[in-house]
Design a protein around this ligand. Structure first.
Ligand code: SAM
Length: 209
């Protein structure tokens, strides 16, 4: 991440798909299916990265994707043919989304709130762009407990540099659950992943009217 908040991680973008290939197949697939299940209307894939969610959109929704890192966007464009949905890709950070209020029926975010520089401002933008009654669906890795959290804290600075600005010790799910703009439809913690990238929390929040 540069000082002005413009992320550019060419190496991370280059290794992302090969490094994640096994994890995608063995761990992430059912969770990505969950995020995309039965989506209709207008949907935002926030922080789309290399477009790993694109093949999971089944064509019933019109999909916009945002991604501020041009190296990621270049790779995401190559995934357009894998998607059944029409996808419009935008250069935007989560804290400053180029969409009107109440625009989306659903916002989907997979492993993005570990990386955004300002979690509160990003969540506030999600609240702004999802319509009342619409859903915010997420999958995030969060801070662990006990010795595992100690390991996360120790390796966090190096990890942040290696993994495109990723934070290991955020308590993202608790923050989401306590946000007054949303009702929790469901939220589950999974003892998935390998220290320091575990556990994962996924869920669906509904924007209050
Ligand atoms: C771990 S990757 C996840 C990518 C993708 N969502 C996935 O599931 O594979 C985190 C992504 O967040 C993006 N990102 C970084 N800063 C961001 C910001 N301010 N707003 C939105 N996305 C951001 C990164 O460029 C990267 O593509």
């Amino acid at each position: 991440m540069t000082e002005n908040g413009d992320p550019a991680h060419p190496l991370f973008a280059m290794i992302y798909d090969p490094a994640m290939a096994l994890v995608e197949r063995t761990i992430l697939k059912p969770h990505r299916e969950y995020l995309a299940r039965d989506l209709t209307g207008t949907v935002l894939d926030l922080g789309a990265g290399t477009g790993a969610m694109f093949p999971y959109f089944d064509g019933r929704a019109s999909v916009h994707a945002t991604e501020p890192d041009r190296h990621m966007r270049d790779r995401a464009r190559n995934r357009f043919p894998d998607a059944a949905s029409e996808i419009e890709l935008h250069d935007a950070g989560a804290a400053d989304l180029p969409f009107p209020d109440d625009h989306f029926d659903a916002v989907v975010s997979s492993m993005v709130f570990c990386t955004v520089p300002d979690v509160a401002a990003s969540l506030s933008e999600v609240r702004r762009v999802v319509r009342p009654g619409g859903e915010f669906r997420f999958l995030e890795h969060v801070a662990d407990d006990g010795w595992r959290e100690a390991v996360q804290t120790t390796v966090a600075p190096a990890w942040k540099r290696l993994a495109g600005g990723c934070h290991l010790t955020r308590r993202t799910a608790s923050l989401f659950a306590s946000n007054e703009a949303f009702d929790v439809v469901e939220m589950d913690r999974f003892e998935l992943g390998v220290t320091p990238v575990r556990p994962f929390v996924r869920g669906r929040l509904r924007r209050r009217a």
